[in-house]
Ligand binder design. Structure first.
Ligand code: UDP
Length: 466
């Protein structure tokens, strides 16, 4: 007889970088469990709103549960990033959200999966109510290791921040720390420390990573001594006091029909195999106009074919870009025979899986890294903020890509010149050994997806609560 199906509720916070892995997890779990997904409204971006609509209409076995946030007075946080602000707002409404979930759910919930960004306020509620709760960590295992250790570091360094030496693993240089974390009083730092301290109250931490991609970080998180030991032990074996870490990667992409005419794919169909560089800095990273122009000149000088997704605002609804004006006189005309430039949303998975794509200039948001890994596409890492330098280090260490560490990111002076960009681009596209190692990463990643051991383990654990 089949085991009874658990009812799992998923609680994403805000931002496509969080919503996409949640949707992927929800879709995979819905093959084994009853799934409810909470959507917190209004969404911060139009992309999130569209994504929820498409997800719920395509995956009718994912049950939507909407929660309308009360108005939030943001005057105490002038200039705050709108996504950080939303995490704070969800934190403040956590008990209302949790009660809403308990009282309006169609039948009792066996377990909750909460977003790491709001874990610090959700885990005390699940713990005191006795509800099993897992955390979906939306970045790399390398970032999770840093995250786990950082409260200890903060306790012994309460007023200043330097290189963070994670005992037994590696040192994260201060230059690679998310910029707000240089300031112990910053709202992001405080939220992060609160979330990190709460992890011990969870039943487990789910990471969209692949065992072979981050063996050292995963072994460290699990308290294992070496890679050979880690292979002989259950993959989620925990360190005393720290919950099991389950590597479910790579999560399969959700198959949402593309309603817009896929012009970018039509354009790619006409390009030679592996000839195109895809340039995108994720869903919410805006580059300065000056840097955008320099990047454009670098692309032009490289003579590479390219697909370039441009974002000038953190939130898509504020993007009023007129590309011709932004890029300067005649740029679009000069590159029209070998460049596709847009400020619209493109389905990145579809682009990366296309055979014409041979390189990816990426900010190294973790979803982008896992997507590049899945398709074995070489990466030129250009982190812009947050966890991205820590992720870029994973990319470089694994032979998926190269990382020019001195290129500037948020809060640093300096524009990376067109000459440097063009040089690095040409180098990446000509580097056959990098292409080979990236393809090997692709094979290993796709092989990990086939048996889906991590996901099967998570389902087994969830079934215990049915
Ligand atoms: N994405 C996309 N089209 C775009 C921009 C982003 O499909 O035009 C997707 C991308 O494939 C990834 C997610 O949005 O799954 C962005 O997450 P990531 O962690 O890479 O970066 P973030 O946006 O959180 O900085």
């Amino acid at each position: 007889m089949d085991p009874p199906r658990p009812h799992v509720a998923l609680l994403p916070s805000a931002g496509m970088g969080h919503l996409i892995p949640f949707s992927r997890l929800a879709a995979s779990l819905s093959e084994h469990c009853h799934v409810t997904m909470v959507s917190i409204l209004p969404t911060v971006s139009a992309a999130e709103s569209r994504h929820y609509t498409d997800l719920f209409s395509t995956y009718t076995n994912i049950h939507p549960l909407h929660f309308q946030l009360p108005p939030f007075d943001s005057s105490a946080y002038p200039d705050a990033d709108p996504f950080f602000l939303r995490w704070t707002c969800i934190r403040d409404s956590a008990s209302d959200i949790f009660n809403h979930l308990l009282t309006t759910s169609r039948f009792p919930i066996s377990a909750l999966v909460t977003d790491i960004a709001v874990a610090g306020s959700i885990l005390p509620l699940t713990k005191s109510s006795g509800m099993p709760c897992y955390v979906l960590f939306t970045s790399s295992a390398a970032m999770l290791s840093f995250f786990k250790y950082f409260p200890t570091y903060r306790d012994s360094n309460p007023v200043s921040t330097g290189d963070v030496k994670i005992p037994g693993l590696r040192t994260v240089p201060v230059a690679s720390l998310p910029r707000p974390m240089h300031d112990p009083g910053h709202m992001f730092t405080q939220l992060l420390v609160q979330n990190a301290r709460s992890l011990v109250k969870s039943n487990g931490i789910i990471v969209n990573t692949i065992e072979s991609f981050e063996p050292d970080s995963l072994a460290w998180l699990r308290g294992e001594q070496s890679q050979s030991q880690s292979q002989s032990q259950s993959q989620s074996q925990s360190q005393p006091g720290f919950p099991p870490v389950i590597a479910v990667g790579p999560l399969k992409p959700v198959k949402i029909p593309i309603f817009t005419i896929p012009t970018v794919l039509t354009w790619l169909d006409q390009q030679p195999e592996k000839s195109v560089v895809y340039i995108s800095f994720g869903s919410r990273t805006a580059m300065s106009k000056e840097q955008i122009r320099e990047l454009g000149l670098g692309l032009e000088a490289s003579r590479c074919r390219f697909v370039w997704i441009i974002k000038t605002s953190v939130v898509d609804t504020e993007d009023q870009t007129e590309l011709g004006e932004l890029l300067g006189g005649g740029f679009l005309e000069r590159v029209e025979d070998r460049g596709f430039v847009t400020s619209k949303w493109v389905e990145q998975e579809e682009v990366l899986r296309h055979m014409a794509v041979g390189g990816f200039v990426s900010h190294c948001g973790w979803n982008s890294v896992t997507e590049a890994a899945m398709h074995g596409v070489r990466v030129l890492a250009w982190p812009r903020l947050g966890d991205q330098r820590i992720n870029a280090d994973v990319v470089a260490r694994n032979g998926l890509g190269i990382w020019q560490e001195d290129w500037s990111w948020e809060g640093e002076e300096g524009i990376v010149s067109a000459t440097k960009i063009s040089h690095r681009l040409k180098e990446m596209m000509a580097d056959e050994s990098l292409q080979e190692t990236a393809q090997k990463v692709g094979e290993a990643t796709r092989n990990a997806a086939m048996p889906g051991k991590g996901l099967a383990e998570l389902v087994r654990k969830l079934e215990e609560f049915a």
